[in-house]
Design a binder for this molecule. Structure first.
Ligand code: MOS
Length: 706
């Protein structure tokens, strides 16, 4: 196995995005900006206005007579589609058929019940308001806390992990422990609001379909669309050259894509469909509301003797999804007894889906708050407590970590942040009406790699083309693959052109699970080595090309022998106004260990973005469903608050020097989702340090601290 030198060449350099100029000048075309061969018609979705029931009548006459309208599609005239099938399937759920307008049932508020296509967007939108839908509503269940008695155990949690685990005997350890915490935390329903909403432009050429859409994972969306249309996936070309954020919401195929394809077929014209911001609150998944009970037990000298993490979260009777909320608890601390449990409560809402660091983000918000509670009871520095309870052996799998530098992150982060100057006890420091507090949290996230292929071609003039169906969702894929190809082939960066996001290119696992960079970079690296080896065998001036690949983690020995995670530590300083309860994050610092960093600038941006989302989840984000209807009462960005610039000043991040040759040939691990893991807890712990108020309901609202 060839290992590149970590110090030579452009890999790791803080290179500006190679697609940056295209993006800021508007030359990078996102899905809705793509131009099919003829001007497209425009489709607008009409969503259901009951939580559960049936459509009993649709009066489309006024809409059909409205100016410019070409088609009003409902379950009555939509093409026949496969049944959605059981809530739980064995295979890849992102590739299953997702029928839309397939029958008269309404499964949640906002589910599409009609699709209006007109010459212009404005005409389609005006006509959509004229469609009269009559429902027969049925009794529905909304509200997690009200329906907890209906909780059940899913077969697995996300990524196929076990639902429940137990190492040692937690109850016995907890019963006899001299110091304990037993608290319950509540994390609100959150929504991934990518700047680019979900969009599709569909065009048929005979029986061949081309769709420009916003997808994180081309192969999944393509298979799902083909299954929904009932056609061979070879007949479908899917293109996502630029994607304006994903966060899990674009892992699969969404309603607008299937609807645009159906309408384009029916009308023999290209059709464009873009979801509105409000529609995406109902149709693209969300982080389910969760209740988490955390119990901790320790000896008086601060050694954890037991950790228990039990979770109850929202799911849907239509499709089962359980975030891996307590999964980080299985590997973070070296306690002899660890118990984790996940339970679901089916509500008549769209099911939960992966949202950046699924489960890990809300799970660490609870666990790392509870650890802080324990440290307070013990009278211990929470940095020292975490160092004391570190482990180099995965406590559940009983295997060593491929690399684990949590202690280094805590120590180096503490030094750079000035942790030694922290207020040692709550309400100790104030500046006028502001109470000042410091908080810390650990970060952990699995390191994954997915099966990936990439094509590399070196022309006679030594210009290089790299192709894979991998996507760049704002993360920097174009840039890091340019760096990897340039360094591996020994050519200038300017000689390399990376092409992504087209189902005609070799298949990647896409952007998800933080596996994108390591997987695609490894495949490009492999292809470049093959090309280089062939070039070394001859002096001919000709074209050289090769397809390279990397195996997925399930087929990789290093994943059998080692437990693979990334680690980090978050430090936060807050001020809380004693009169108004207003909480302001003053500064945050993240220290991370995530293997070899492929681009210091884009990786740091990833971490900072995640940390800011941590601020958001601790202080702002909460979608509220009206129990009478299932309607989200704050379902737009005016009412659903996220951290804005003024909430996110002074956020910095750095990486510990790490090179994990057990992870892959490049030594790189996933960075994307690590940044949000634990970030919110550092803030919540800082709020406690400032005020003495322990918030266990997130987001922390002003009334909780006043
Ligand atoms: Mo991520 S939630 O796997 O896009």
């Amino acid at each position: 196995m060839t290992t590149l030198s970590p110090t030579k060449g452009p890999i790791g350099e803080p290179l500006d995005r190679v697609d940056g100029r295209l993006k800021v000048t508007g030359a990078a075309r996102y899905a809705a900006e793509r131009k099919p061969s003829a001007p497209p018609l425009h489709g607008v979705i009409v969503g259901a206005t009951v939580a559960k029931g049936r459509v009993t009548a649709i009066d489309a006459a006024a809409a059909e007579a409205a100016p410019g309208v070409r088609l009003v599609m409902t379950h009555r005239n939509a093409p026949k589609q496969p049944e959605f099938g059981p809530a739980r399937i064995a295979g890849n759920r992102f590739q299953r058929a997702r029928p839309v307008l397939g029958d008269d049932r309404v499964r949640h508020w906002g589910e599409p019940v009609a699709f209006v296509v007109a010459d212009t967007f404005e005409q389609a939108r005006a006509a959509a308001d004229l469609v009269k839908v009559t429902y027969e509503a049925e009794p529905h269940a909304i509200g997690l806390e009200e329906h907890l008695r209906d909780a059940y155990a899913p077969q697995t949690i996300n990524v196929g992990m076990p639902t429940d685990t137990e190492v040692g005997d937690f109850e016995a350890a907890f019963a006899v422990a001299p110091v304990k915490v037993d608290e319950t935390y509540h994390v609100a329903q959150q929504h991934h609001m990518a700047i680019e909403p979900h969009a599709a432009v569909a065009e048929w050429d005979g029986d061949e379909l081309t769709v420009f859409t916003a997808s994180q994972t081309i192969a999944n969306a393509r298979a799902s669309l083909a299954a929904t249309l009932g056609i061979d996936k070879e007949k479908v070309r899917l293109v996502s050259s630029y994607v304006g954020g994903g966060f899990g919401g674009k892992l699969g195929m969404r309603a607008e894509t299937a609807l645009a394809a159906f309408a384009a077929k029916a009308l023999s014209r290209p059709v464009k469909a873009v979801q509105t911001r409000r529609q995406t609150f109902y149709t693209v998944g969300h982080r389910p509301e969760a209740i988490q009970r955390v119990r901790l037990s320790a000896s008086r000298d601060g050694r954890l003797t037991g950790v228990s993490h039990e979770v109850w979260m929202q799911s849907s009777p239509v499709e089962e999804f359980a975030e891996q909320t307590a999964s980080s608890t299985r590997a973070l601390y070296g306690a002899p007894a660890i118990l984790t449990r996940h339970r679901l409560v089916n509500l008549d809402m769209q099911g939960g889906e992966p949202v950046r660091a699924p489960g890990e983000a809300p799970g660490l918000l609870a666990l790392e708050s509870a650890i802080d509670e324990l440290c307070h009871k013990l009278g211990m520095d929470p940095v020292e407590f975490r160092i004391l309870n570190d482990t180099q052996i995965d406590p559940e799998k009983k295997k060593p970590f491929s690399s684990r530098h949590l202690v280094e992150c805590l120590r180096e982060g503490a030094a750079r942040f000035g942790w030694a100057d922290r207020p040692k006890s709550p309400r100790e420091r104030r500046e006028g009406a502001k109470l000042i507090g410091y908080g810390v949290s650990a970060a952990i996230r699995p390191n994954y790699i997915g099966p990936c292929a990439a094509y590399v071609r070196v022309a006679e003039d030594r210009s290089v083309i790299v192709r894979t169906d991998m996507t760049d969702i704002g993360t920097g894929t174009y840039t890091i693959l340019t760096q990897v190809a340039a360094e591996t082939l020994g050519v200038p960066l300017a000689a390399v052109k990376v092409e992504l996001g087209d189902s005609r290119f070799p298949v990647s696992p896409g952007s998800g699970g933080s596996w994108g960079a390591a997987s695609s970079a490894s495949a490009v690296h492999d292809a470049c080595l093959k090309v280089k080896a062939e070039m070394a065998r001859t002096d001919e001036a000709r074209v050289f090309e090769a397809t390279g690949s990397v195996k997925g983690m399930r087929d990789t020995q290093a994943y059998k022998d080692f437990s693979q995670y990334c680690f980090g530590a978050h430090f936060a300083e807050v001020e809380v106004d004693e009169d108004t309860g207003e909480i302001r994050m003053r500064r945050m610092l993240g220290a991370f260990a995530a293997g070899r960093i492929l681009n210091a600038k884009t990786a740091r941006s990833q971490m900072i973005g995640g940390m800011i989302w941590g601020v958001s989840s601790a202080l702002f984000e909460e979608a509220v469903n009206d129990p009478r209807t299932g309607h989200i009462v704050n379902g737009d960005l005016g009412e659903y608050h996220v951290a804005a610039h003024a909430d996110a000043a002074n956020v910095d991040a750095f990486f510990i020097d790490e090179h994990d040759e057990r992870a892959n040939a490049l030594g790189a691990k996933g960075v994307g989702e690590l940044g949000i893991c634990g970030a919110g807890a550092a803030l919540a712990n800082a709020v406690f340090n400032a005020t003495g108020v322990r918030a266990r309901r997130f987001p922390i609202t002003l009334d909780q601290v006043i």
